[in-house]
Design a protein around this ligand. Structure first.
Ligand code: ADP
Ligand code: MG
Length: 663
């Protein structure tokens, strides 16, 4: 078998399984080999029933002491049984698995593996896995890969398929010279992939992931290096004129606030770049709320005043609309044509904008990236700004230049990458950092609390609204789900209406709504026609309503620290004191520790580093924070050593090995 073979050639895969695999993007043996587990499960020795406590994920070895019951519940069929060991009894419950009734027999013993809950005084495991003692013994202390799945395919099917292409993995080519691997203690690619699919122990797995991270970084860095070589010497065909540079001073003095030092020096860098003979390629990095939009606006203004078109690309429509309204307002005195371009506009509206881009009557276009980047033709595009770049990838940066247009580019990012790493990852760009938040900002006050605090939180929200402010409440889910008991936007809004009373205007927002509807709701919120906005994380990036002073996050334990930090960044954007209330519903030891980091600090860099520390070496696939680049395994924080190594290797022998890297 070869990497390029269709998976149909694997024993046991027929047409039906092939179709199921294709839904996961697995078409060839190569796709399968590079389909990585999402996590690993370790099975441990069974423990006595009496020793378990709520939330433990354990195995128990028990005898079935009741007949297996199966009955129709309100929402699903429920199958249950009681099981005991010498120390106590525990109830096992399964949903929608009525066939289990014939699997278990009273008087026989099994190993049950799952998470323990308490229902009154009774210990319960919901949906436990079950094994015979013999089978369990086999798996004990091994790490079982857990692959990302879709309907129609089981974890077992993937495991089996990967097992039958072992010889392909073993025979995989190596592109790194042996002495390099030896000197740096790297596994071969073949060893690494074997360990990823069939880990022998944690240490080997850790090394395997490091090796794959190294490969991902190296490939990326070689690309970036190429990009740099081709971009640094591109002449700037859109040099801004002196008049435009002067006029921007008037714009800045007309602002209702004075700019921070970081903003001013970023603008200075931009002026320098846009006036220079080579094309600008600059990253502006600044934590949430540091005021990146105004920096982008100044750049767009100078560009347009010099007679060129500008584009501002953002990841969501809501953000596009917001930037559009803001820029139209502040740029009004300059008589520039600012236009919006989003997916929910009618075909006719879009066509009009495209025409105006082509004939040059549109000066500045703001929209979602695909529309602006792939489909638009411009008369004379001088500057492209991408906001919240961590939602894009390096690929997008290449696209425009492939079309033969070479505008100046400016990228705004809130990802807290340490400078040493940023210099490597953005080697093709120059970097400006906005270190501080505007001076008059008050530090956001945080509290991490349990569900018993909800009612106090509601009265607090009521009080803030009475003072003329607004509040966000974040729920993890859109609607009620059988699978989890996490809060959902729709039910929560109802409950909140009951709790807060009719005087307080509450609306909700979530990702499944139509773009236009979302934009409408958000606009009403900004116009203060809504007091409390209940939302999923769709508002996470970029959104700005400085009048919001409360951010309440339900099931905060379900989110990653970086995401919580982004969410919190939606408040504290004006002069009033702001508050963030994190509701920790499942107070596990881990979530208490993680949320404490947010309670103590509002600093994105600190949070990223603490997150890494807490995740620790055993967390193989933590929440990846480097959304900037779409690495599968590599994590710029966790694998910082591999990133530096990949940097050295790419400089030393990058050109030589480039052609041989196949990923
Ligand atoms: P981000 O960096 O997260 O994109 P924004 O550009 O949206 O932040 O700015 C957040 C808020 O701060 C906006 O309401 C903006 O008008 C305001 N702002 C920006 N710069 C300053 C400043 N120097 N002083 C006071 N407020 C500012
Ligand atoms: Mg922003």
């Amino acid at each position: 078998m070869k990497l390029s073979d269709d998976i149909i050639s694997i024993k046991g895969i027929g047409d039906k399984t092939r179709t199921a695999f294709s839904k996961l993007g697995i078409h060839t043996v190569k796709d399968l080999v590079f389909y990585y587990p999402r996590t690993y499960k370790t099975y441990s020795e069974p423990v006595p029933v009496s020793s378990v406590s709520e939330g433990d994920r354990v195995a128990v070895f028990c005898k079935v002491v009741t007949y297996v019951e199966s009955h129709k519940g309100k929402r699903y069929n429920i199958t249950s049984l009681s099981a005991s060991d010498d120390s106590g009894t525990i109830r096992m419950v399964w949903f929608n698995m009525p066939f289990l009734r014939s699997t278990f027999h009273k008087g026989e013993s099994y190993i049950f593996y799952g998470t323990v809950k308490y229902s009154g005084n009774m210990r319960v495991m919901e949906m436990p896995e079950y094994f015979t003692q013999f089978k369990y013994q086999e798996m004990l202390s091994t790490m079982q890969p857990v692959y990302p799945l879709k309907a129609g395919i089981t974890n077992n099917a993937i495991t089996r398929a990967v097992a039958s292409v072992k010889d392909v993995i073993v025979g995989l080519d190596e592109y790194l010279p042996e002495d390099v691997m030896r000197a740096k203690g790297l596994m071969t690619r073949s060893q690494a992939l074997m360990q990823i699919h069939f880990p022998e122990n944690e240490e080997n797995l850790r090394r395997a992931l490091s090796r794959i991270a190294f490969d991902e970084f190296l490939l990326f860095l070689i690309k970036v290096k190429k990009l740099r070589e081709t971009t640094v010497t591109i002449p700037n065909e859109h040099i801004i004129n002196k008049e435009a540079v002067l006029k921007k001073n008037a714009f800045i003095s007309g602002l209702p606030f004075s700019l921070t030092e970081g903003q001013l020096s970023a603008i200075e860098d931009i002026v320098h770049d846009m006036s220079s003979e080579y094309m600008m390629n600059r990253l502006v990095q600044g934590d949430v709320g540091s005021g990146k939009t105004v920096v982008a606006t100044v750049a767009l203004l100078m560009n347009s005043l010099s007679g060129y078109q500008g584009a501002l690309m953002v990841p969501t429509e809501v953000l596009a609309l917001q930037h559009y309204e803001e820029l139209s307002r502040v740029l009004k005195p300059y008589k520039l044509n600012v236009e919006l371009l989003t997916g929910s506009m009618t075909a006719k509206e879009k066509r009009t904008v495209y025409e105006r881009l082509k004939d040059g009557s549109c000066d500045i276009v703001i929209g979602t990236h695909a529309l602006i980047q792939e489909k638009a033709e411009y008369k004379d595009l001088g500057l492209v700004v991408t906001d919240e770049q961590h939602r894009f990838g390096v690929k997008q940066r290449e696209n425009l230049s492939e079309k033969g247009i070479c505008p100046n580019t400016l990228v705004m990012s809130a990802t807290p990458i340490p400078r040493t790493l940023a210099i490597i990852l953005y080697a093709d760009m120059d970097i400006s950092v906005i270190k501080e938040l505007p001076a008059e900002r008050k530090r956001i006050k945080n509290c991490v609390v349990g569900t018993d605090y909800r009612h106090s939180a509601y009265s607090f929200i009521r009080q803030q609204v009475a003072e003329g402010h607004q509040a966000y409440v974040i729920c993890p889910m859109v609607e009620e789900s059988d699978k989890t008991d996490a809060e959902d936007v729709i039910n929560y809004t109802e409950e909140l209406r009951d709790n807060l009373g009719p005087d307080i205007r509450i609306s909700y927002l979530h990702g499944k709504m139509k773009e236009l509807e979302k934009a409408d709701i958000f606009r009403s919120y900004v116009n203060r026609e809504i007091d409390v906005l209940v939302s999923t994380t769709v508002i996470e990036v970029g959104i700005n309503n400085p009048n919001s002073t409360v951010m309440m996050i339900e099931n905060a334990e379900r989110f990653g620290l970086a995401q919580l930090h982004q969410l919190r960044g939606r408040v504290g954007r004006g002069e009033a004191q702001s508050y963030c209330i994190f509701i920790n519903v499942k107070k596990t030891e881990d979530s208490v520790k993680r949320l404490k980091v947010l309670e103590e600090s509002n600093d994105g860099f600190y949070i990223a580093s603490e997150d890494l520390r807490l995740r620790g070496p055993g967390d193989f696939f933590g929440i990846r924070q480097s959304g900037d680049m779409d690495f599968q395994i590599a994590d710029i924080y966790k694998h910082a050593d591999m990133l530096k190594l990949a940097q050295d290797i790419s400089l030393e022998i990058g050109d030589e090995i480039e052609g041989r890297i196949v990923l």
